[in-house]
Design a protein around this ligand. Structure first.
Ligand code: FAD
Length: 437
Protein backbone atom coordinates (compact mmCIF):
# COMPACT_ATOMS: atom_id res chain seq x y z
CA UNK A 1 0.00 0.00 0.00
CA UNK A 2 1.15 3.51 -0.65
CA UNK A 3 0.45 6.80 1.03
CA UNK A 4 1.13 8.89 4.09
CA UNK A 5 2.75 6.67 6.77
CA UNK A 6 0.39 7.58 9.61
CA UNK A 7 -2.84 7.35 7.60
CA UNK A 8 -1.86 4.09 5.85
CA UNK A 9 -0.75 2.37 9.04
CA UNK A 10 -3.84 3.58 10.84
CA UNK A 11 -6.12 2.17 8.13
CA UNK A 12 -4.19 -1.11 8.07
CA UNK A 13 -4.48 -1.56 11.85
CA UNK A 14 -8.21 -0.88 11.69
CA UNK A 15 -8.85 -3.26 8.82
CA UNK A 16 -6.70 -6.14 10.11
CA UNK A 17 -7.46 -5.70 13.80
CA UNK A 18 -3.70 -5.84 14.53
CA UNK A 19 -2.83 -5.71 18.23
CA UNK A 20 0.88 -5.09 17.85
CA UNK A 21 3.15 -3.38 15.33
CA UNK A 22 6.94 -3.94 15.18
CA UNK A 23 9.57 -2.30 13.03
CA UNK A 24 13.28 -1.68 12.67
CA UNK A 25 14.54 1.57 14.12
CA UNK A 26 15.58 4.45 11.86
CA UNK A 27 18.19 7.03 12.80
CA UNK A 28 17.74 10.13 10.61
CA UNK A 29 16.26 13.13 12.42
CA UNK A 30 13.18 13.37 10.18
CA UNK A 31 12.62 9.60 10.32
CA UNK A 32 12.90 9.58 14.09
CA UNK A 33 10.27 12.27 14.28
CA UNK A 34 7.86 10.31 12.05
CA UNK A 35 8.45 7.09 14.00
CA UNK A 36 7.97 8.80 17.36
CA UNK A 37 4.63 10.23 16.22
CA UNK A 38 3.54 6.82 14.88
CA UNK A 39 4.38 5.18 18.19
CA UNK A 40 2.39 7.74 20.13
CA UNK A 41 -0.70 7.50 17.96
CA UNK A 42 -0.66 3.67 17.86
CA UNK A 43 -0.23 3.46 21.63
CA UNK A 44 -3.10 5.89 22.09
CA UNK A 45 -5.21 3.38 20.16
CA UNK A 46 -4.15 0.60 22.54
CA UNK A 47 -1.86 -1.08 20.00
CA UNK A 48 1.46 -2.42 21.33
CA UNK A 49 4.44 -0.95 19.46
CA UNK A 50 8.09 -1.85 19.60
CA UNK A 51 11.07 -0.92 17.49
CA UNK A 52 14.31 -2.90 17.18
CA UNK A 53 17.87 -2.30 16.11
CA UNK A 54 18.29 -3.98 12.72
CA UNK A 55 20.90 -1.68 11.25
CA UNK A 56 23.74 -1.12 13.70
CA UNK A 57 26.04 -3.00 16.08
CA UNK A 58 25.56 -0.45 18.85
CA UNK A 59 22.89 2.14 19.51
CA UNK A 60 24.48 5.58 19.03
CA UNK A 61 23.31 6.88 22.40
CA UNK A 62 24.99 4.05 24.32
CA UNK A 63 28.59 4.90 23.38
CA UNK A 64 29.68 8.09 25.16
CA UNK A 65 32.91 9.43 26.65
CA UNK A 66 33.54 9.88 30.36
CA UNK A 67 31.75 13.23 30.36
CA UNK A 68 28.69 11.62 28.81
CA UNK A 69 29.34 13.35 25.46
CA UNK A 70 29.65 11.73 22.01
CA UNK A 71 33.17 10.78 20.94
CA UNK A 72 34.75 13.07 18.34
CA UNK A 73 37.55 10.74 17.29
CA UNK A 74 37.11 7.33 15.66
CA UNK A 75 39.93 5.51 17.50
CA UNK A 76 38.55 6.39 20.95
CA UNK A 77 35.00 5.64 19.81
CA UNK A 78 35.95 2.23 18.45
CA UNK A 79 37.97 1.28 21.55
CA UNK A 80 34.88 2.06 23.63
CA UNK A 81 32.72 -0.11 21.34
CA UNK A 82 35.17 -3.02 21.57
CA UNK A 83 35.22 -2.73 25.37
CA UNK A 84 31.44 -3.29 25.29
CA UNK A 85 32.07 -6.79 23.88
CA UNK A 86 30.61 -8.55 20.85
CA UNK A 87 27.07 -7.49 19.98
CA UNK A 88 24.52 -10.27 20.55
CA UNK A 89 24.42 -12.68 17.60
CA UNK A 90 21.33 -12.45 15.40
CA UNK A 91 18.35 -14.65 16.29
CA UNK A 92 17.87 -17.71 14.11
CA UNK A 93 15.00 -17.94 11.68
CA UNK A 94 11.63 -18.56 13.37
CA UNK A 95 10.65 -22.22 13.07
CA UNK A 96 7.12 -21.39 12.08
CA UNK A 97 5.34 -18.28 10.94
CA UNK A 98 1.63 -17.95 10.60
CA UNK A 99 0.51 -15.56 7.92
CA UNK A 100 -3.04 -14.46 8.33
CA UNK A 101 -4.61 -13.95 4.96
CA UNK A 102 -5.61 -10.37 4.38
CA UNK A 103 -9.21 -9.47 3.57
CA UNK A 104 -9.80 -9.33 -0.20
CA UNK A 105 -10.41 -5.58 -0.18
CA UNK A 106 -6.90 -5.13 1.22
CA UNK A 107 -5.08 -7.45 -1.16
CA UNK A 108 -6.73 -5.62 -4.06
CA UNK A 109 -5.24 -2.39 -2.77
CA UNK A 110 -1.85 -3.95 -2.02
CA UNK A 111 0.81 -2.55 -4.32
CA UNK A 112 2.58 -4.99 -6.59
CA UNK A 113 6.28 -4.16 -6.75
CA UNK A 114 6.16 -3.74 -10.52
CA UNK A 115 3.24 -1.33 -10.26
CA UNK A 116 5.38 1.10 -8.28
CA UNK A 117 7.33 1.81 -11.45
CA UNK A 118 10.63 1.95 -9.62
CA UNK A 119 12.78 0.16 -12.19
CA UNK A 120 14.03 2.24 -15.11
CA UNK A 121 12.44 1.20 -18.42
CA UNK A 122 13.07 3.60 -21.29
CA UNK A 123 15.97 3.58 -21.39
CA UNK A 124 16.80 0.77 -18.95
CA UNK A 125 20.16 2.09 -17.78
CA UNK A 126 20.38 -0.39 -14.91
CA UNK A 127 21.45 -3.50 -16.87
CA UNK A 128 25.10 -3.15 -15.78
CA UNK A 129 24.08 -2.57 -12.18
CA UNK A 130 21.82 -5.62 -12.10
CA UNK A 131 24.59 -7.79 -13.52
CA UNK A 132 27.08 -6.54 -10.94
CA UNK A 133 24.75 -6.76 -7.93
CA UNK A 134 22.34 -9.70 -7.68
CA UNK A 135 19.73 -8.52 -5.21
CA UNK A 136 18.46 -10.00 -1.97
CA UNK A 137 19.52 -11.65 1.28
CA UNK A 138 20.67 -14.90 -0.34
CA UNK A 139 23.02 -12.99 -2.64
CA UNK A 140 24.32 -10.99 0.34
CA UNK A 141 24.96 -14.12 2.41
CA UNK A 142 26.67 -15.84 -0.52
CA UNK A 143 28.97 -12.84 -0.93
CA UNK A 144 29.76 -12.80 2.78
CA UNK A 145 30.55 -16.54 2.80
CA UNK A 146 32.76 -16.25 -0.27
CA UNK A 147 34.65 -13.29 1.20
CA UNK A 148 35.30 -15.01 4.53
CA UNK A 149 36.34 -18.28 2.86
CA UNK A 150 38.62 -16.83 0.20
CA UNK A 151 39.60 -13.21 0.72
CA UNK A 152 39.72 -12.54 4.45
CA UNK A 153 43.37 -13.51 4.99
CA UNK A 154 44.62 -11.08 2.36
CA UNK A 155 42.24 -8.26 3.34
CA UNK A 156 44.59 -6.16 5.49
CA UNK A 157 47.40 -6.37 2.93
CA UNK A 158 45.41 -5.87 -0.25
CA UNK A 159 42.31 -3.87 0.64
CA UNK A 160 43.85 -0.66 -0.73
CA UNK A 161 44.52 -2.05 -4.20
CA UNK A 162 41.65 -1.29 -6.56
CA UNK A 163 42.92 -3.68 -9.25
CA UNK A 164 42.21 -6.69 -6.97
CA UNK A 165 38.77 -7.67 -5.74
CA UNK A 166 40.15 -7.96 -2.18
CA UNK A 167 37.32 -6.28 -0.26
CA UNK A 168 33.96 -7.78 0.65
CA UNK A 169 31.71 -5.63 -1.60
CA UNK A 170 29.01 -5.95 1.03
CA UNK A 171 28.31 -2.21 1.21
CA UNK A 172 25.21 -2.16 -1.06
CA UNK A 173 23.67 -5.04 0.91
CA UNK A 174 24.40 -3.33 4.22
CA UNK A 175 23.07 -0.03 2.91
CA UNK A 176 19.69 -1.43 1.94
CA UNK A 177 19.41 -3.82 4.89
CA UNK A 178 19.65 -7.04 2.82
CA UNK A 179 22.16 -8.13 5.46
CA UNK A 180 22.71 -6.71 8.93
CA UNK A 181 26.05 -5.78 10.48
CA UNK A 182 25.31 -8.23 13.30
CA UNK A 183 25.07 -11.06 10.76
CA UNK A 184 28.41 -9.98 9.31
CA UNK A 185 30.00 -9.62 12.74
CA UNK A 186 28.83 -13.06 13.92
CA UNK A 187 30.02 -14.73 10.71
CA UNK A 188 33.40 -13.01 11.01
CA UNK A 189 33.89 -14.24 14.58
CA UNK A 190 32.76 -17.74 13.58
CA UNK A 191 35.27 -17.76 10.71
CA UNK A 192 38.02 -16.79 13.15
CA UNK A 193 37.07 -19.47 15.68
CA UNK A 194 36.68 -22.15 13.02
CA UNK A 195 40.40 -21.79 12.36
CA UNK A 196 41.35 -21.63 16.04
CA UNK A 197 42.11 -17.94 15.38
CA UNK A 198 44.34 -19.11 12.52
CA UNK A 199 47.39 -17.25 11.39
CA UNK A 200 48.55 -13.82 12.53
CA UNK A 201 47.69 -12.64 9.01
CA UNK A 202 44.11 -13.80 9.44
CA UNK A 203 43.85 -12.19 12.88
CA UNK A 204 45.17 -8.85 11.60
CA UNK A 205 42.82 -8.96 8.63
CA UNK A 206 39.82 -9.85 10.79
CA UNK A 207 40.49 -6.91 13.11
CA UNK A 208 40.95 -4.57 10.16
CA UNK A 209 37.70 -5.74 8.60
CA UNK A 210 35.91 -5.38 11.94
CA UNK A 211 37.20 -1.82 12.26
CA UNK A 212 35.80 -0.98 8.81
CA UNK A 213 32.41 -2.07 10.10
CA UNK A 214 33.33 0.26 12.97
CA UNK A 215 33.73 3.15 10.53
CA UNK A 216 30.26 2.43 9.24
CA UNK A 217 29.00 2.59 12.81
CA UNK A 218 30.88 5.83 13.43
CA UNK A 219 29.25 7.41 10.36
CA UNK A 220 25.79 6.49 11.64
CA UNK A 221 26.82 7.71 15.08
CA UNK A 222 27.71 11.10 13.59
CA UNK A 223 24.43 11.25 11.70
CA UNK A 224 22.56 10.58 14.92
CA UNK A 225 24.45 13.20 16.92
CA UNK A 226 24.79 15.75 14.07
CA UNK A 227 21.47 15.67 12.26
CA UNK A 228 22.59 17.92 9.41
CA UNK A 229 25.75 15.96 8.64
CA UNK A 230 24.86 15.95 4.91
CA UNK A 231 24.48 19.69 4.57
CA UNK A 232 26.59 21.54 7.15
CA UNK A 233 30.36 21.72 7.66
CA UNK A 234 30.88 20.11 11.05
CA UNK A 235 33.84 22.47 11.43
CA UNK A 236 32.18 25.83 10.88
CA UNK A 237 35.55 27.35 9.91
CA UNK A 238 34.95 25.69 6.53
CA UNK A 239 31.98 27.99 5.95
CA UNK A 240 34.58 30.56 4.94
CA UNK A 241 36.21 28.30 2.36
CA UNK A 242 36.30 30.05 -1.04
CA UNK A 243 34.92 27.11 -3.04
CA UNK A 244 34.97 27.64 -6.81
CA UNK A 245 31.92 27.51 -9.06
CA UNK A 246 33.28 25.39 -11.89
CA UNK A 247 30.58 23.71 -13.93
CA UNK A 248 32.99 22.46 -16.59
CA UNK A 249 35.34 21.01 -13.96
CA UNK A 250 32.48 19.31 -12.13
CA UNK A 251 31.22 17.81 -15.36
CA UNK A 252 34.68 16.55 -16.35
CA UNK A 253 34.96 14.92 -12.91
CA UNK A 254 31.50 13.32 -13.14
CA UNK A 255 32.23 11.90 -16.58
CA UNK A 256 35.70 10.60 -15.83
CA UNK A 257 37.38 13.06 -18.17
CA UNK A 258 39.77 14.96 -15.90
CA UNK A 259 42.92 13.72 -17.63
CA UNK A 260 44.09 12.02 -14.41
CA UNK A 261 43.82 8.27 -15.11
CA UNK A 262 43.12 7.04 -11.56
CA UNK A 263 40.42 9.69 -11.01
CA UNK A 264 38.82 8.94 -14.37
CA UNK A 265 38.93 5.17 -13.81
CA UNK A 266 37.13 5.60 -10.48
CA UNK A 267 34.43 7.89 -11.84
CA UNK A 268 33.78 5.50 -14.72
CA UNK A 269 33.67 2.46 -12.44
CA UNK A 270 31.05 4.34 -10.41
CA UNK A 271 28.96 5.16 -13.47
CA UNK A 272 29.05 1.62 -14.85
CA UNK A 273 28.68 -0.45 -11.68
CA UNK A 274 27.30 1.94 -9.04
CA UNK A 275 30.32 1.18 -6.82
CA UNK A 276 33.85 2.45 -6.47
CA UNK A 277 36.80 1.09 -4.54
CA UNK A 278 37.38 2.89 -1.22
CA UNK A 279 40.95 4.04 -1.98
CA UNK A 280 39.76 5.54 -5.25
CA UNK A 281 36.75 7.19 -3.56
CA UNK A 282 39.25 9.00 -1.34
CA UNK A 283 41.35 10.06 -4.33
CA UNK A 284 38.41 11.33 -6.43
CA UNK A 285 36.91 13.15 -3.44
CA UNK A 286 40.24 14.78 -2.67
CA UNK A 287 40.59 15.74 -6.35
CA UNK A 288 37.18 17.44 -6.39
CA UNK A 289 37.59 19.34 -3.13
CA UNK A 290 41.28 20.23 -3.48
CA UNK A 291 42.46 20.13 -7.11
CA UNK A 292 39.19 21.58 -8.40
CA UNK A 293 38.33 23.39 -5.14
CA UNK A 294 34.66 22.46 -5.52
CA UNK A 295 32.42 22.22 -2.45
CA UNK A 296 32.25 18.65 -1.06
CA UNK A 297 28.44 18.84 -1.12
CA UNK A 298 28.49 18.74 -4.96
CA UNK A 299 30.46 15.48 -4.79
CA UNK A 300 28.29 14.04 -2.04
CA UNK A 301 25.24 14.74 -4.12
CA UNK A 302 26.70 13.02 -7.25
CA UNK A 303 27.67 9.98 -5.17
CA UNK A 304 24.21 9.95 -3.61
CA UNK A 305 22.65 9.75 -7.07
CA UNK A 306 25.02 7.16 -8.53
CA UNK A 307 26.20 4.78 -5.77
CA UNK A 308 24.35 1.49 -5.22
CA UNK A 309 25.58 1.67 -1.63
CA UNK A 310 24.54 5.34 -1.24
CA UNK A 311 24.05 5.74 2.47
CA UNK A 312 22.78 8.86 4.23
CA UNK A 313 25.39 8.42 6.98
CA UNK A 314 28.48 6.93 5.32
CA UNK A 315 28.35 9.17 2.26
CA UNK A 316 28.34 12.63 3.90
CA UNK A 317 30.57 11.52 6.80
CA UNK A 318 33.24 10.30 4.38
CA UNK A 319 32.97 13.41 2.22
CA UNK A 320 33.43 15.58 5.29
CA UNK A 321 36.35 13.36 6.32
CA UNK A 322 38.14 13.85 2.99
CA UNK A 323 37.30 17.56 2.72
CA UNK A 324 38.63 18.19 6.22
CA UNK A 325 35.37 19.68 7.48
CA UNK A 326 34.32 16.66 9.57
CA UNK A 327 34.79 16.05 13.28
CA UNK A 328 37.49 13.41 12.88
CA UNK A 329 38.79 14.40 9.46
CA UNK A 330 41.89 14.17 7.30
CA UNK A 331 43.66 17.55 7.47
CA UNK A 332 42.72 19.64 4.42
CA UNK A 333 46.37 20.29 3.62
CA UNK A 334 46.99 16.56 3.04
CA UNK A 335 46.42 16.62 -0.70
CA UNK A 336 46.58 13.34 -2.58
CA UNK A 337 48.74 13.34 -5.68
CA UNK A 338 46.63 11.21 -8.07
CA UNK A 339 49.70 10.05 -9.99
CA UNK A 340 51.57 8.85 -6.90
CA UNK A 341 48.40 7.23 -5.54
CA UNK A 342 48.02 5.36 -8.82
CA UNK A 343 51.65 4.26 -8.86
CA UNK A 344 51.45 3.07 -5.26
CA UNK A 345 48.12 1.26 -5.25
CA UNK A 346 47.75 0.29 -8.92
CA UNK A 347 51.41 -0.21 -9.85
CA UNK A 348 50.76 -2.33 -12.95
CA UNK A 349 47.87 -0.11 -14.01
CA UNK A 350 45.38 -3.03 -14.01
CA UNK A 351 42.57 -0.86 -12.64
CA UNK A 352 43.22 2.07 -14.96
CA UNK A 353 43.50 -0.20 -18.01
CA UNK A 354 40.13 -1.80 -17.15
CA UNK A 355 38.21 1.48 -16.88
CA UNK A 356 40.18 3.78 -19.19
CA UNK A 357 40.80 1.53 -22.19
CA UNK A 358 42.16 4.49 -24.21
CA UNK A 359 45.32 4.17 -22.11
CA UNK A 360 45.50 0.37 -21.94
CA UNK A 361 48.48 0.03 -24.28
CA UNK A 362 50.76 2.45 -22.42
CA UNK A 363 53.64 0.92 -20.46
CA UNK A 364 53.24 0.66 -16.65
CA UNK A 365 55.50 3.66 -16.02
CA UNK A 366 53.28 5.95 -18.08
CA UNK A 367 49.78 4.65 -17.55
CA UNK A 368 49.20 7.05 -14.62
CA UNK A 369 50.79 10.04 -16.40
CA UNK A 370 50.16 9.77 -20.16
CA UNK A 371 51.34 13.36 -20.71
CA UNK A 372 54.88 12.16 -19.92
CA UNK A 373 54.87 9.78 -22.89
CA UNK A 374 56.88 11.00 -25.87
CA UNK A 375 55.38 11.22 -29.35
CA UNK A 376 56.62 7.77 -30.30
CA UNK A 377 55.24 6.11 -27.15
CA UNK A 378 51.87 7.80 -27.62
CA UNK A 379 51.75 6.79 -31.24
CA UNK A 380 52.54 3.18 -30.35
CA UNK A 381 49.78 3.13 -27.69
CA UNK A 382 47.22 4.98 -29.83
CA UNK A 383 46.95 7.79 -27.27
CA UNK A 384 46.12 11.20 -28.71
CA UNK A 385 46.00 13.66 -25.83
CA UNK A 386 43.25 16.22 -26.19
CA UNK A 387 41.59 13.97 -28.80
CA UNK A 388 40.86 10.48 -27.48
CA UNK A 389 41.93 11.22 -23.89
CA UNK A 390 41.94 14.67 -22.26
CA UNK A 391 44.89 16.74 -21.15
CA UNK A 392 44.84 17.20 -17.33
CA UNK A 393 42.10 19.74 -16.44
CA UNK A 394 44.48 21.33 -13.96
CA UNK A 395 48.19 20.98 -13.30
CA UNK A 396 48.88 19.17 -10.02
CA UNK A 397 51.37 21.57 -8.42
CA UNK A 398 49.34 24.69 -9.34
CA UNK A 399 46.18 23.09 -8.01
CA UNK A 400 47.92 22.12 -4.78
CA UNK A 401 49.15 25.68 -4.23
CA UNK A 402 45.72 27.12 -4.98
CA UNK A 403 44.07 24.73 -2.51
CA UNK A 404 46.57 25.57 0.22
CA UNK A 405 46.06 29.31 -0.32
CA UNK A 406 42.29 28.87 -0.13
CA UNK A 407 42.68 26.90 3.07
CA UNK A 408 44.97 29.56 4.55
CA UNK A 409 42.30 32.18 3.87
CA UNK A 410 39.85 30.14 5.93
CA UNK A 411 42.36 30.10 8.76
CA UNK A 412 42.43 33.90 8.71
CA UNK A 413 38.65 34.08 8.77
CA UNK A 414 37.25 35.61 11.91
CA UNK A 415 36.29 33.15 14.60
CA UNK A 416 38.27 30.21 13.13
CA UNK A 417 39.64 28.97 16.45
CA UNK A 418 36.42 29.71 18.30
CA UNK A 419 34.29 27.88 15.76
CA UNK A 420 36.42 24.75 15.96
CA UNK A 421 35.99 24.80 19.68
CA UNK A 422 32.24 25.15 19.32
CA UNK A 423 32.17 22.08 17.12
CA UNK A 424 33.85 20.08 19.87
CA UNK A 425 31.27 21.16 22.37
CA UNK A 426 28.16 21.38 20.32
CA UNK A 427 26.78 17.94 19.37
CA UNK A 428 23.62 18.13 21.44
CA UNK A 429 22.71 21.49 20.04
CA UNK A 430 23.55 20.33 16.49
CA UNK A 431 21.37 17.25 16.79
CA UNK A 432 18.30 19.43 17.04
CA UNK A 433 18.70 20.82 13.53
CA UNK A 434 17.03 19.07 10.59
CA UNK A 435 18.97 17.02 8.00
CA UNK A 436 18.67 14.73 4.99
CA UNK A 437 16.66 11.70 6.15
C1 FAD B 1 33.89 10.04 -0.44
C2 FAD B 1 33.41 8.70 0.07
C3 FAD B 1 32.05 8.39 0.03
C4 FAD B 1 31.59 7.17 0.52
N1 FAD B 1 30.23 6.88 0.45
C5 FAD B 1 29.77 5.71 0.96
C6 FAD B 1 28.38 5.39 0.92
O1 FAD B 1 27.54 6.16 0.45
N2 FAD B 1 27.99 4.18 1.41
C7 FAD B 1 28.88 3.28 1.95
O2 FAD B 1 28.47 2.19 2.38
N3 FAD B 1 30.20 3.57 2.03
C8 FAD B 1 30.67 4.75 1.55
N4 FAD B 1 32.02 5.03 1.61
C9 FAD B 1 32.90 4.12 2.38
C10 FAD B 1 33.61 3.00 1.60
O3 FAD B 1 34.22 3.49 0.47
C11 FAD B 1 32.67 1.85 1.23
O4 FAD B 1 31.89 1.45 2.33
C12 FAD B 1 33.50 0.64 0.76
O5 FAD B 1 34.29 0.99 -0.34
C13 FAD B 1 32.57 -0.49 0.43
O6 FAD B 1 33.24 -1.57 -0.15
P1 FAD B 1 33.30 -2.96 0.58
O7 FAD B 1 31.93 -3.37 0.99
O8 FAD B 1 34.04 -3.89 -0.31
O9 FAD B 1 34.15 -2.60 1.88
P2 FAD B 1 35.00 -3.51 2.88
O10 FAD B 1 36.39 -3.00 2.85
O11 FAD B 1 34.79 -4.95 2.62
O12 FAD B 1 34.40 -3.09 4.31
C14 FAD B 1 33.32 -3.80 4.92
C15 FAD B 1 32.20 -2.83 5.23
O13 FAD B 1 32.63 -1.81 6.12
C16 FAD B 1 31.98 -0.59 5.82
N5 FAD B 1 32.99 0.43 5.49
C17 FAD B 1 34.22 0.24 4.96
N6 FAD B 1 34.87 1.42 4.85
C18 FAD B 1 34.02 2.37 5.32
C19 FAD B 1 34.09 3.78 5.46
N7 FAD B 1 35.19 4.48 5.12
N8 FAD B 1 33.02 4.43 5.96
C20 FAD B 1 31.89 3.76 6.31
N9 FAD B 1 31.78 2.43 6.20
C21 FAD B 1 32.82 1.74 5.71
C22 FAD B 1 31.07 -0.84 4.65
O14 FAD B 1 29.77 -1.09 5.12
C23 FAD B 1 31.67 -2.08 4.01
O15 FAD B 1 30.74 -2.85 3.29
C24 FAD B 1 32.51 6.24 1.10
C25 FAD B 1 33.87 6.57 1.13
C26 FAD B 1 34.32 7.78 0.62
C27 FAD B 1 35.79 8.10 0.68
Amino acid sequence: MQGDEAATLDALVTETGAQAVYWNRRYGAAQREVDRALKTSLRERGVAVESFNGQLLNEPWTVLNQSGEPFQVFSAYWRACLRMGDPPPPEGEPERMIFQSLPARLTQRASKLDALGLAPRAPDWSVGLRAAWPAGEEAALARLRAFLATDLDAYAGERDEPGDAATSRLSPYLAVGAISPRQVWAALRAAQHAHGHGSARRATSAEKFASELGWREFCHYQRYHYADLATRNLRPAFDAMPWRKDTAGLRAWQRGLTGYPLVDAGMRELWHTGWMHNRVRMVVASFLTKHLLIDWRAGESWFWDTLVDADPASNPANWQWVAGSGVDAAPYFRIFNPVLQGQKFDPRGAYVRRWVPELAALPDALVHQPWKANAQQREAAGVRLGKNYPEPVVEHELARQRALEAYAQTGKAKGFAASLQNTKQGPKQDAKQGGKA
